[in-house]
Design a protein around this ligand. Structure first.
Ligand SMILES: Nc1ncnc2c1ncn2[C@@H]1O[C@H](COP(=O)(O)OP(=O)(O)OP(=O)(O)O)[C@@H](O)[C@H]1O
Ligand SMILES: [Mg+2]
Length: 413
């Protein structure tokens, strides 16, 4: 049976629905694309239910038209400054002396049984490694002998009301939510290589309203963070600094913008005609770059602060991989590597098959990443618990051993 995967990336500037067909273990053909300008979304969070629902509905309809398929359910991207993460350890005794899937599930339940305020919910429980009788670095414990199993997890939580608003909009658009995926985790699926993850790397997706960060060490995610800054701030600075309407400032940024002032000649000018005026004005490109450089440096200073706070400063030999729409800004790599003092390169979805015309751009890393997430994680369903739901007890676990093995292999390569 052919398998169809669907992702809806609800971004601050665009909503992008993708329909893909799984062709083999590692490849997806894009069958349907629906890209619509966002409305009712600010800094990654829904601020107007009706407007956001409409944008999502249009995006879904367009993806249905292009693919000729009806979309019933989808993975949905999640972002916003309300997201936070914590590392947690769970442990269990192994009554049978040999670890089975039930022991694994029990250890994970222990890890996720952290105290969460009633207004937050768990979005992801990502397992990073196991420890059997004090022996660290176990990748696939099922079948091993031991007395005590410990699991190390990364737990991502979000403001429940904010997630509920997104649920409502997606539901009103007629789509059932298969699961939420934090933006940087989706982007990482397409822009990071396995080698980078093993070495230690940060992925940073700078979109319109958010900057999403994830840090990978030893092949697994160790830290995630969403900052409420992005390309829209640069546009607003340009609008203020050059006294232009926001739409024109956005155009100017994309066509003339550069993040490094010293790379622009002092005599470089371009002309624009401000709306409502009948004569055009000359603008110095260095002045424009100056405005962009200031904001861009500030964004990376915030990211640096976050990396330091995470404790992984100096532990990222593979540096940082930049993606998201704003990473298309010329010079941004240089600003990033100067502020962060590490190797930085930009990346975007590559080697896509099917309807890919517009998707070969860093702005679509999260959108394409959702499909890859569906592909690689589809068997590990760690059902996110809703607010107030207690961790499942051992008896309630209904884990298929083969599936569990497969899932561990995928998560811990
Ligand atoms: N060539 C370019 N130069 C500079 N900025 C650009 C360029 N192309 C796109 N951008 C900026 O990228 C941003 C949109 O990026 P993206 O599509 O990744 O955001 P989003 O996913 O909708 O938002 P978010 O993830 O923040 O919620 C806008 O601020 C836009 O101005
Ligand atoms: Mg985005």
């Amino acid at each position: 049976m052919e398998e169809i995967v669907v992702g809806i990336d609800v971004g601050t500037t665009k909503v992008c629905t993708l329909v893909g067909r799984v062709e083999d273990v590692n490849s997806i053909r894009i069958l349907g694309v629906g890209i619509e300008p966002s409305d009712g979304i600010r800094k990654g969070v829904i601020v107007d239910l009706a407007a956001a629902t409409q944008a999502i509905t249009h995006s879904v309809e367009r993806a249905e038209q292009t693919s000729g398929l009806e979309i019933e359910s989808a993975l949905v991207s999640l972002a916003g400054a309300h997201v936070s993460s914590v590392n947690s350890r769970g442990a269990t005794a192994i009554p049978g002396g040999v670890i089975d899937a039930v022991d694994m599930a029990h250890a994970l339940d222990q890890a996720r049984a952290i105290a969460i305020p009633h207004d937050r919910e768990i979005v992801h429980v990502i397992q990073r490694g196991f420890n059997v009788d004090g022996q660290d670095g176990i990748r696939t414990p099922v079948g091993m002998h031991g007395y005590r199993l410990e699991v190390e997890t990364h737990i991502i939580t979000a403001a429940a009301a904010t997630v509920d608003n997104l649920r409502q909009c997606i539901g009103s658009a007629g789509v059932e939510i298969q699961g939420f995926v934090l933006n940087p985790l989706a982007s990482a699926e397409v822009v990071l290589t396995e080698q980078e993850r093993q070495m230690g790397v940060a992925v940073c997706d700078i979109g319109g309203g958010t900057t999403d960060l994830a840090i990978y060490v030893d092949g697994n995610v160790w830290h995630t963070m969403v900052l409420a800054v992005g390309g829209n701030h640069i546009t607003q600075d340009i609008a203020h600094g050059l006294r232009l309407p926001v739409t024109q400032a956005e155009e100017v940024k994309k066509q003339q913008g550069h993040a490094v002032r010293s790379e622009i000649g002092a005599e470089e000018y371009f002309s624009i005609r401000p709306f409502g005026e009948d004569h055009s004005v000359q603008i110095n490109r260095q002045d424009l770059a100056h405005i962009i450089e200031a904001r861009t440096s500030e964004i990376f200073a915030l990211i640096m602060q976050e990396i330091k706070r995470s404790g992984y400063d100096g532990l990222l030999p593979a540096g940082m991989v930049l993606t998201g729409g704003t990473s298309a800004l010329p010079g941004i790599q240089r600003v990033a590597s100067e502020v962060l003092n590490m190797h930085v390169h930009t990346a975007q979805p590559e080697n896509l098959k099917g309807l890919v015309d517009r998707l070969n751009s860093p702005a679509y890393a999260t959108s394409v990443g959702l499909l890859h997430w569906a592909l690689t994680m589809r068997e590990h369903e760690l059902a996110p618990s809703r607010r107030g739901k207690r961790p499942r007890s051992k008896g309630e676990n209904n884990v298929n051993l083969d599936k569990a093995k497969d899932w561990i292999k995928r998560l811990l390569p």
